[in-house]
Design a protein around this ligand. Structure first.
Ligand code: 5GP
Length: 189
């Protein structure tokens, strides 16, 4: 996706050898026009699939999922990162380790918002080690539904997430792929 790639190159800030900051258009301030194009692109890439629902994770996945939901006209659900005791009984829960925050947390979705027998598209802003994506896929499978695809806005190819997803047989589509960070610069695939 050319527009996205240009944004990454012009506005992305390489924080260290692992993390890219894109808070001017994706992670803090949001560019709504770009987001709508991202939604259209995901809808196009998964056009062969019948999608009943989109699942993402708070916070930055929400804008991506909502933009795609506008195009596909399906419900959008986001997993929450902190589950209360009460919520646990009525929720599907998966453990996800965040390497950016260096914590493992329970991510959860109320069962009523993840019905059985559906085809679910998982979307997120970044793919690094694949923890969030695999955790979301676990929620879908706990619900007795099927993951029809995983869509990622920015994949960092050097952190192994794609391999983790491919081993599990999920269909992965990334809109921009980063090959490496070199001398504080982004090298796109
Ligand atoms: P993973 O679970 O694949 O290791 O990491 C993906 C999650 O961590 C995403 O939901 C995203 O919020 C966050 N993340 C991973 N790498 C980056 C990064 O380079 N920049 C930002 N802003 N978030 C990241």
């Amino acid at each position: 996706m050319q527009l996205l790639k240009e944004k990454i190159l012009s506005e992305g800030i390489v924080l260290n050898d692992r993390i890219l900051k894109v808070d001017s258009f994706l992670n803090h301030q949001i560019d709504p026009d770009l987001m709508l194009e991202i939604g259209k692109e995901f809808a196009r890439r998964f056009a062969e699939q019948k999608i009943d629902r989109i699942l993402t994770i708070e916070a930055s996945g929400i804008a991506v999922a909502l933009a795609t939901g506008f195009i596909l006209h399906v419900p959008v659900v986001f997993a929450k990162k902190s589950a209360s005791e009460i919520m646990n009984e009525e929720a599907y829960v998966a453990k996800v380790h965040s390497f950016t925050k260096k914590i493992t947390s329970n991510v959860s979705v109320l069962r009523k918002f993840l019905p059985a027998g559906e085809k679910v598209l998982i979307l997120d802003d970044f793919l690094a080690h694949g923890e969030a994506a695999v955790g979301l896929a676990s929620l879908v499978e706990q619900a007795g539904s099927t993951v029809v695809g995983i869509g990622i806005v920015i994949e960092k190819q050097f952190q192994g997430g794609a391999e983790k997803i491919n081993v599990k047989g999920y269909n992965l589509e990334s809109l921009a792929r980063i090959k490496a960070f070199e001398n504080g610069r982004v090298i796109l695939d």
